[in-house]
Design a protein around this ligand. Structure first.
Ligand code: FES
Length: 576
């Protein structure tokens, strides 16, 4: 049943005859619109996370015009609303500190203005989960328009991958294997077009997950940002959102726990970012579903990694697109997905994949020739992480899957930066490097510090991977035997705070364990002596953050933002 114009949410602003609606109409006229431009039409809020300091969204000034073109053509009224741009390379200490701020801003923009539906423009890491979290809480008809990956990096006749090759060549520079001139050429060639990171980092992982959830047009997430098909997708997104408003297609009408299982399965098959765990848990909770870290582990045990993409594999997102993209990969997964789940296109996921093919089965492998047969991600527990920790076995050296070594402990990031390369540091290839105070409260903001650097003297000996443990996250473009997201974090008194230099730590991926090999009595003695550190913020947004942020295993959402979604036409304050 199609909605009638007077049933639109925006009718309360524009359609009624009262003093307030006079103000809305006269002020819209002030912006140069005639009433025939908007009367009786769906108002589509375009939440645009463009900014001058977000290179991943530098094409959004153009793309937003293409989204608007689609909305106008379909008979809607587009209203662009800028929102905080979480720019991964520039924002300190970490964009994660501000993910929930963008989620709140998205929700409140949609709530407080006359939006009948929305297009979310994001892609750079945290922008995707933040926009979706906010929009799910409002539950208006919603379409996500992914920024798309940038083109492959170019260097000396080969390809460069965002992040992955930065870490790789930085290690080679520190080891003395490349020159400053080489390093500058990497800098010049690694990011050479608009778009988000083009490895299977957090950005590609999350936009792909959102597509599998059915919140984008089918095929949208894999299109490279500069490709003309990306511009076409933007216009089609604008057209479709208008239809969705008339048909009243809202996310909570089609999202289910099973669609989140599908998203997790796709993330695992992609060899996706560990960050997706925190984000998908938070997004699922906004939709009212209790996705747990253990569910990731269960699905990881049956899901092979079939995307041969860096950092786990060899290729980049541009290759992935030419090989068939996410649609191709989903067809390969077949029975590992529930294809009856519905999407924003008012059809099933299976129907949306009709005609999808894989054109290069080295980039997108068949199930019988995977890159890694299982365990793209693994959830660890043990006395060092009672509430869980994460590792990405697909992107580490296999000989470290079962490893015991002596801890080399850094009490915070500054301590690590100051001492990690000292020649006198007592460390060898078997050591386990531990970083404390890098979690949601401790850092604060749980930055992507989890790929702890390998000490320079070991790099020079040829060591390229070691077991590393922290309560931080890790960039999705990173790799190595890095135990991440240790919960509870050290700043709130988790066992990670109690580790001392020389303690033995045992990692066992098969057993899904991470243990500190000290007695319970010694653990209790250290706990009794532990003193809570001072909070990191005394005023402003930071105090709100510290008061309400939840631990990594809970998705790091603010406690007061979950779990009950607010329906747009119930429970909202009246407009005046
Ligand atoms: Fe924006 Fe990597 S810096 S996605």
């Amino acid at each position: 049943m199609k909605k009638k114009p007077e049933e639109l949410r925006s009718h309360r602003w524009y359609g009624v005859k009262d003093l307030r609606s006079f103000g809305h109409r006269s002020r819209t006229a002030q912006m140069g619109y005639h009433r025939s431009d908007y009367a009786g039409k769906p108002v589509i809020a375009i939440i645009n996370t463009w900014s001058d300091i977000n290179p991943c969204h530098s094409h959004f000034k153009q793309r937003v015009e293409e989204v608007k073109r689609g909305i106008w053509q379909a008979g809607g009224f587009p209203v662009e609303m800028p929102a905080i741009s979480l720019s991964e390379p520039f924002q300190k200490p970490t964009t994660m500190l501000y993910r929930n701020l963008l989620a709140m801003e998205t929700e409140e923009l949609l709530r407080s203005y006359p939006a009948d539906g929305c297009v979310l423009m994001g892609g750079c890491d945290k922008t995707t989960p933040a926009l979706v979290m906010g929009a799910l809480s409002m539950n208006l008809p919603t379409l996500f328009m992914p920024a798309g990956p940038m083109l492959r990096g170019d260097y000396k006749g080969g390809f460069l991958g965002s992040g992955s090759d930065t870490w790789k060549y930085w290690a080679e520079l520190r080891a003395g294997n490349i020159t400053e001139q080489d390093w500058q050429e990497v800098e010049d060639g690694i990011a050479r077009s608009p778009g988000h990171c083009m490895t299977m980092g957090t950005a590609s992982t999350m936009t792909s997950a959102v597509e599998v959830l059915g919140l984008t047009l089918s095929g949208a997430a894999s299109i490279p940002a500069p490709d003309s098909r990306h511009a076409q997708m933007a216009t089609l997104t604008g057209k479709r959102i208008v239809e969705m408003v008339w048909d009243d297609v809202k996310p909570l009408d089609f999202l289910t726990p099973t669609s989140f299982d599908n998203a997790v399965t796709a993330v695992l098959a992609l060899g996706g970012s560990t960050n997706s765990i925190v984000h998908l848990i938070a997004m699922a909770k906004r939709a009212g579903f209790n996705l747990t870290i253990d569910r990731f582990d269960e699905l990881a045990r049956r899901t092979p990694v079939i995307a041969n993409l860096r950092p786990s594999g060899k290729f980049l997102m541009e290759d992935f697109f030419y090989a068939g993209g996410l649609r191709g990969l989903l067809t390969q997964l077949g029975s590992l997905l529930d294809l009856t789940q519905r999407t924003c296109e008012s059809r099933t996921l299976g129907d949306s994949l009709v005609g999808a093919k894989v054109y290069n089965d080295d980039v997108i492998r068949p199930l019988n020739n995977p890159l890694v047969s299982k365990d793209g991600l693994a959830v660890l527990r043990g006395n060092l992480a009672p509430d869980g920790a994460i590792i990405k076995p697909a992107a580490m050296e296999p000989h470290l899957r079962k490893h015991t070594g002596k801890a080399v402990v850094f009490k915070d990031y500054n301590d690590m930066a100051a001492r990690i390369d000292l020649p006198e540091l007592e460390v060898d290839a078997n050591s386990v490097i531990v970083l404390q105070s890098a979690g949601p409260q401790g850092a604060p903001g749980m930055p992507e510090w989890g790929q702890l650097p390998i000490p320079q003297k070991l790099l020079k000996q040829g060591v390229r991977d070691m077991v590393r443990v922290s309560d931080a996250r890790m960039s999705g473009t990173s790799y190595g035997a890095c135990v991440l997201h240790v919960a509870p974090e050290s700043h709130v008194g988790g066992p990670l705070a109690l580790v001392q230099d020389g303690d033995e730590i045992c990692l066992d991926i098969e057993a899904r364990r991470i243990d500190l090999l000290i007695s319970d009595t010694e653990m209790a003695r250290r706990r009794a002596a532990w003193k809570a550190p001072e909070p990191k913020f005394k005023r402003g947004y930071g105090t709100l953050y510290l008061k309400h942020i939840q631990q990594a295993d809970k998705g790091c959402d603010f406690d007061f933002l979950e779990p009950e979604p607010v329906a747009p036409n119930s429970g909202e304050p009246e407009i005046h």
